[in-house]
Design a protein around this ligand. Structure first.
Ligand code: AMP
Length: 461
């Protein structure tokens, strides 16, 4: 049985006070499931992603336990939280300071991209909890600026992301510098074989908690796809952002280079925009996020690596300028909208080469994206390709001019296939709906009424 109210959780009264101050009314499912296990001293293997309240799920019982059990008298850190990005580390530290507002516990943040001396000074003064990204912490460990022999509690946050980012050797080295006798809490959005192995190496008979399947998408997000040639994407994005229907947008690209370029192009078109990615200094990232949060910057262009660190309320639209290679990244990207009970829209620009990625996304999420056709750059050939993968929609990209014989033949077959797809589409539109919803996505027969607009919450009753 899990508690459904914070008062059912045996946390220190001053933590309850801090939670009330935060306006939290009841624990989220991950908190309900994890907190009692951690308070009981067990190791934990939790499958949960950002947005589920996982930070409080490990922070609250950590603060409680450190406060309950007397410190040994030295200044060594008693708890270590490893997380993949600077943004996440700063957010975790802020949460710890909020939740532990009335407790005498000190935190320190150890992250790369900023000068090390202030971090070293803080560690010397003594910190009960260290929140760190692996690279900088390993540097400080190697230089003997930090000792981890006093760690009683260890958290691995977003372990799958740390693995993706190539931190796994650093993580293993850091973990081997902590005592064997410790409590370990392992959080990951996904549980691949590699992650399961890492968890098995680090955990001792863990309690297992699985919350949201990694592919679940909130019903509060309207997911739409716009079929568009690659070389029209920029014009489409500019037009949409100038339409006035998009108050605050997060745009995703696959590369840092393109994120920079798009943000510059938008700015030169009079749209306030900035880029955020892992090549930017921490200060630049923080100030871009703060300006976005305050509404001074309307559009933030980001790459996947920083997606999870963006916890800004009021993002009305997530725009996938390019679809991610990995369908799970799509889920993380669009989860930046529809936060704190709001509704949101996720728009995906899909060129001919990305149709296969779109199918992968729909397969993972089991929720078809609605096609939006009433925009000036709609490509019906790419739309047809969604239905019929062999339709050579890319041909539209080629310059007009005399064709060689083989090309002509291909194009003719392509046109026949496209026409067949369109006939099939019309047939789908005419035929009655199947009793069971299809798991793969049929193209929307009519233009979506929601084009560019925000999904509206249905009126209550
Ligand atoms: P996380 O998954 O830890 O990134 O948390 C997502 C967001 O949920 C953060 O903005 C937290 O402040 C918020 N949050 C966490 N737990 C609760 C709760 N029990 N009630 C309301 N908000 C919460």
């Amino acid at each position: 049985m899990h508690s459904s109210s914070f008062s059912d959780l045996a946390l220190h009264p001053s933590i309850h006070r801090a939670l009330a101050r935060q306006g939290y009314q009841r624990p989220t499912p991950i908190q309900q499931a994890a907190i009692p296990e951690v308070l009981a001293g067990k190791d934990l293997l939790a499958t949960a992603q950002t947005g589920t309240g996982k930070t409080a799920a490990f922070s609250l019982p950590m603060l409680h336990r450190l406060n309950e059990e007397p410190a040994s008298g030295n200044t060594l850190p008693r708890a270590l939280i490893l997380t993949p990005t600077r943004e996440l580390a700063l957010q975790i530290d802020e949460s710890l300071r909020n939740y532990g507002h009335h407790l005498p516990l000190r935190t320190a943040v150890v992250v790369g991209g900023v000068p090390a001396p202030p971090q070293i000074r803080k560690l010397r003064q003594g910190a009960d909890i260290v929140v760190a990204t692996p690279g900088r912490l390993l540097d400080l460990l190697n230089q003997r600026h930090v000792r981890l022999g006093g760690v009683e509690m260890l958290v691995l946050d977003e372990a799958d992301r740390m693995l993706d980012m190539g931190f796994i050797r650093d993580v293993r080295k850091i973990v081997s510098a902590t005592p064997r006798q410790r409590q370990t809490l392992f959080f990951s959005a996904t549980l691949s074989r590699e992650i399961a192995q890492l968890a098995a190496d680090m955990l001792n008979q863990p309690a297992k908690v699985e919350i949201t399947p990694s592919a679940s998408v909130s019903d509060d997000i309207a997911q739409q796809v716009l079929f568009v040639e690659q070389n029209n994407k920029r014009a489409l994005l500019t037009k949409m952002l100038k339409s006035g229907d998009i108050p605050r947008a997060l745009v995703f690209t696959r590369t840092k280079h393109r994120a920079n370029r798009i943000s510059r192009q938008l700015a030169s078109n009079g749209i306030s925009a900035d880029a955020i990615h892992s090549n930017k200094s921490q200060n630049a990232r923080q100030s871009a996020l703060a300006a976005f949060d305050r509404g001074q910057v309307k559009v933030l262009v980001a790459t996947d690596i920083v997606a999870r660190g963006i916890d800004v309320e009021g993002i009305s639209h997530v725009i996938n300028y390019e679809l991610p290679n990995d369908p799970e990244s799509y889920v993380h990207r669009i989860g930046r909208t529809a936060r704190a009970g709001a509704m949101g829209t996720a728009l995906s620009f899909c060129n001919a080469e990305e149709v296969a990625l779109l199918k992968g996304i729909e397969k993972l999420t089991q929720s078809p994206l609605t096609a939006v056709e009433d925009h000036p750059f709609h490509s019906s050939a790419i739309a047809a390709q969604r239905q019929n993968p062999s339709a050579p929609a890319q041909r539209q990209n080629q310059p007009r001019g005399p064709r060689r014989q083989g090309q002509q033949k291909n194009t003719t077959r392509g046109q026949r296939q496209t026409a067949t797809a369109q006939r099939q589409e019309r047939k789908v539109a005419r035929s009655p709906r199947p009793a069971q919803p299809a798991t793969t996505a049929p193209p929307a027969p009519a233009p979506a009424p929601l084009a560019f607009g925000r999904k509206r919450r249905p009126a209550a009753n």
